[in-house]
Design a protein around this ligand. Structure first.
Ligand SMILES: C[S@@+](CC[C@H](N)C(=O)[O-])C[C@H]1O[C@@H](n2cnc3c(N)ncnc32)[C@H](O)[C@@H]1O
Length: 249
């Protein structure tokens, strides 16, 4: 009896790993998140003979809480031989995979991790933005835009000479951009927002740090979106006419 904590990648089904696909085909139960996206959901329905449990489904308005998901993992982990916990992107990048393996270990259930391609790198990549580039910042920082309490040192982030990649950052974009500028980040720093990256609905919105929240509001940007702050965003403009990652009509 094993629980597989599997990353489904950022949305494009061709970014699913061979191992993830094999496990989807072999699983007895699959618990999946809303974030895996439409394309992967369809693939799971087509390829799998498993009991499918949508733990991202909103009952009323609330998604299943993490505690309920943990309980299901324990229950199914004790009952079935192959349980797949399918998560968007990579399970360990702002994905609570860490909490889930702690729960499994505490309950004596064996597990395996199957890393996935994280949206933090793949969404910018599909937009022609390399998260590192020798001409630009020598560091890369992944940040959550939403915290239960403020634990980020924005002054340090502003002065770091690092490309900042923010996940879950749409709702707090204005406040976070202001914090960076208040601590000295250049208001002209290029920013890109990649909405629904790697899917056929991908949208790329760019602007300067000083104006990006206004642009995002005007463009009605919605989650899921990855925000990239740094010089590397310039590459998008240089390459976009030759970029063939998505079949743009
Ligand atoms: C709870 S985090 C999970 C991240 C995930 N574990 C990963 O590695 O991609 C959810 C955030 O991931 C980002 N995200 C996930 N999929 C995305 C996609 N296809 N396009 C853009 N952003 C995405 C968004 O910032 C979203 O708010």
């Amino acid at each position: 009896m094993t629980v597989y904590i599997v990353g489904a990648g950022p949305g494009d089904k061709e970014l699913l790993t061979l191992k993830a696909l094999r496990l989807i085909r072999e699983a007895d139960v699959i618990l999946y998140d809303e974030l895996i996206g439409e394309e992967i959901r369809e693939l799971v329905k087509k390829e799998s003979r498993a009991l499918l449990v949508d733990v991202g489904k909103r009952a009323g308005k609330h998604k299943k809480k993490q505690e309920e998901i943990n309980k299901l993992l324990i229950e199914y982990g004790k009952k079935y031989s192959k349980v797949v916990r399918l998560k968007g992107g990579d399970p360990f990048v702002f994905g609570r995979g860490g909490e889930e393996i702690e729960v499994l270990a505490k309950n004596g259930i064996e597990f395996e991790i199957v890393p996935g391609i994280t949206s933090a790198i793949a969404a910018p990549a599909y937009a022609g933005i390399p998260v590192t580039h020798r001409r630009f910042d020598p560091a890369l920082v992944f940040i959550t835009g939403r915290q239960e309490r403020e634990r980020l040192n924005w002054e340090a982030l502003a002065g770091l000479n690092a490309t900042l990649v923010i996940l879950m950052g749409v709702s707090n974009l204005k406040a976070n951009a202001e914090k960076l500028m208040k601590h000295g980040k250049d208001p002209d720093t290029p920013v890109a927002i990649i909405e629904r990256g790697t899917t056929e609905n991908q949208r790329v919105i760019t602007g300067k740090l000083s104006e990006i929240s206004e642009i995002a509001e005007k463009e009605n940007v919605r989650a899921p979106a990855v925000i990239v702050i740094g010089g590397v965003v310039e590459i998008h403009d240089t390459v976009k006419d030759y970029l063939r990652n998505l079949k743009i009509p």
